[in-house]
Design a protein around this ligand. Sequence first.
Ligand SMILES: *Cc1c(COP(=O)(O)O)cnc(C)c1O
Length: 429
Amino acid sequence: MSGVLTDTRSAELYARALELLPGGVNSPVRAMRAIGRDPVFVARGQGAELVDVDGNSYVDYVCSWGPLVHGHAHPEILSAVAEAAQAGTTFGAPTEGEVELAAEVAARMPSVEMLRMTSSGTEAAMSAVRLARAATGRETVLKFAGAYHGHFDGLLAEAGSGLATQGIPSSPGVPAAATAATVVVPWNDREALHAATERHELAAILAEPYPANMGLVPPEEGFLELLRARADATGALLVFDEVITGFRVARGGAQELAGILPDLTVMGKVIGGGLPAAAYGGSRALMELIAPAGAVYQAGTLSGNPLAVAAGRATLALLDADAYARLETITERLAAGLREAAASTGCPVLVTTAPGLLTVFFAAGPVRDYAQASACDRAAHAAWCRALLARGVYPPPSQFEAWFPSLAHDEAHVERTVTAAAEAFAEIG
Ligand SMILES: *Cc1c(COP(=O)(O)O)cnc(C)c1O
């Protein structure tokens, strides 16, 4: 079973796509270059499964990179969207649904009293940074190496070494000036955090509370507490980017799970239930700095889009206490199975988890930051992913992404996955 067949419908579409879309895709990681094969073109999804344009089916652990906590094509979400569409797709005027979704979000997220909706997580993070700068009258923001907050210029920066450094743009086209006010610190590094918060007058400390964009690298004991303490001691705002963790790791996101409240929260993915929606929120006092209540400008033609709002409301309505218990159980079953499969073949891996999130690091030792994540055996990871795809399991095709088990994944899916994983470990070992 080869990972790359040349006479498939996927291959045909990819060849055409390469002529029309840069790299053949509309978002880079979809191209699967990190695992050295061509992308799969998807025909449809149902529950935990995907079917590609050649009729192959897969247990899907990408789930659109996070939004699909209920899996694909959940009937209640589909009918909510269809019903909303019947009434018109967009108005550029307020609707009842937006108020209801805002009330639901505020009821769930412990630190959110008020929110502003956007169409993407990138926009929401960018706007939260603007608000933090306006609220503090300061410009510099601190982010962690390996953390992703969307693709806007100011945060496309990562550190070179262990101590805090001034941000260096990590993409051509980002002006040095755009990241000059960004300080990058290694995740889980208390001393570097302390030094950077002493040295710079910060508008914001920005963190993914359970970073999942360098693979899942959970905070060490006390690290989120330290973020809160350093923000309080220095007058910076603490901003949690919960685009992945929000409504996933717990009803009230990572802030509820960890018991640490940020000043501002960035949300996305699950909040839109598979349609384009995101938001940022916080206290009334901070959020009323946003126009037209206040002077900080931010707007969006499709913000609060009725279809996305309907999908988001239907998605949240299905997320009760039982759902979170099931999501945690299925994640832990999967993790245990993958660890066993690796152990039985002697393949050194580290499986990290949070409810609804998991990463298989090809590492013999601990992974506590981006440098250690980068030092993993990426070639072995790539080979393992190709072997999984050939066996009908669709993992995130990069060492720096998390698996997204969903509520549609059941014991049978886990069993299929673990069997395929064991064979794949054996194949690459
Ligand atoms: C996906 C993601 C974003 C960006 O959201 P988009 O909707 O892709 O713009 C921001 N922050 C985190 C933590 C993310 O995972």
